[in-house]
Ligand binder design. Structure first.
Ligand code: HSE
Length: 313
């Protein structure tokens, strides 16, 4: 067996979308690229360019490498390929709620899967990725692209991906601090009142229906949440003020992106207020002493894909 190389691109994601905690997600047009060479000889070489450089571990704690190892073990290829050269070029900010860990996991699984001859289909990769990440709402859009709805039954995950009938842009405020998902999950209660569950079921359902029908009217009424945002607000100074400012500037709605600290506003494509929404979010954060970079993003519709194929002899 010779060493084999592959390059894949995986979109960043935003999970929850307000009421769809651990369930809904979307893929955006920010990408992490992975160039992977699997080698017969043991040894690991990892380099990171762009977002996360200097912070992402470049040894065997690296999540891309751990995902690759899991796939090689499950497929019984771990003796054939004992080492790797991993080159990451990242656009997705680290630990900010834009799915950086999901892109890392999915890129490792996708690239290794191609090299071993596509033993697993996308649904099987979703299963593996969810096992590693713990919940499906970021890994599903990273794999499939578009908007995704995911359910779990025990450890089994099902996701479907769809493109909305309304063209949207996403205005994301990226605060200049990290918020580990673990910390943002620790503030959540184990159980919730029935009224809060009902509150969210209505909005999550309405959000998906509004996206599929293309109704801006109902979208505007779908973004509130009672299950995670109220508890996480203490970790993100000014969160609700940023929501209000964005809405006043013309956003359809604003939610916490994943576990945060990024906040994401939804704006209709070609709405001339898109710039103003970003500026309002930046200013509202600033009033609370938070510096935020504003990104104007679109929907990724492809999900994880191969960039080029270069099997070395
Ligand atoms: N649904 C997850 C959360 C996404 O909100 O904790 C972050 O990985």
């Amino acid at each position: 067996m010779a060493d084999r190389s592959i390059r894949v691109r995986v979109p960043g994601t935003s999970a929850n979308l307000g009421a769809g905690f651990d369930t809904l997600g979307l893929a955006c047009n920010l990408y992490n690229e992975l160039e992977l060479t699997l080698t017969e000889r043991p040894g690991l070489s990892i380099s990171v360019e762009g977002e996360g450089a200097g912070r992402i571990p470049e040894d065997d704690r690296n999540i891309v490498w751990r995902s690759i190892q899991l796939l090689l073990e499950r497929s019984h290829h771990e003796k054939e390929y004992q080492g790797a050269i991993i080159r990451m070029k990242n656009e997705v900010p680290l630990s900010r709620g834009l799915g950086s860990s999901a892109t890392a996991i999915v890129s490792g699984l996708k690239a290794a899967n191609v090299i071993i001859g596509n033993k697993y289909n996308r649904r099987e990769l979703l299963q593996l990725a969810t096992e590693i990440e713990g919940h499906p709402d970021n890994v599903a859009p990273a794999i499939f692209g578009g908007f995704t709805v995911s359910t779990m039954k025990g450890r089994h995950v099902e996701s479907f991906s769809f493109l909305p009938k309304i063209r949207l842009r996403f205005v994301v405020a990226v605060p200049d601090f990290f918020l580990p998902t673990k910390k943002a999950r620790e503030v959540l209660p184990e159980t919730v009142p029935r009224a809060d569950a009902i509150f969210n079921i209505g909005r999550a359902s309405m959000l998906v229906a509004a996206l599929m029908k293309g109704s801006a009217y109902f979208l505007r009424r779908s973004f509130d949440d009672a299950l995670h945002q109220p508890y996480r607000a203490q970790l993100i100074p000014g969160m609700y003020d940023v929501f209000r400012a964005a809405r006043a500037a013309g956003a359809l709605g604003t939610v916490l992106s994943g576990a945060g600290p990024c906040l994401i506003s939804f704006v209709e494509e070609r709405d001339e207020r898109e710039e103003a929404v970003g500026e309002a979010m930046r200013e509202a954060f600033e009033k609370h002493g938070v510096k935020a970079e504003i990104k104007h993003l679109g929907l990724d519709t492809r999900g994880a894909h191969i960039v080029n194929r270069n099997h070395q002899a």
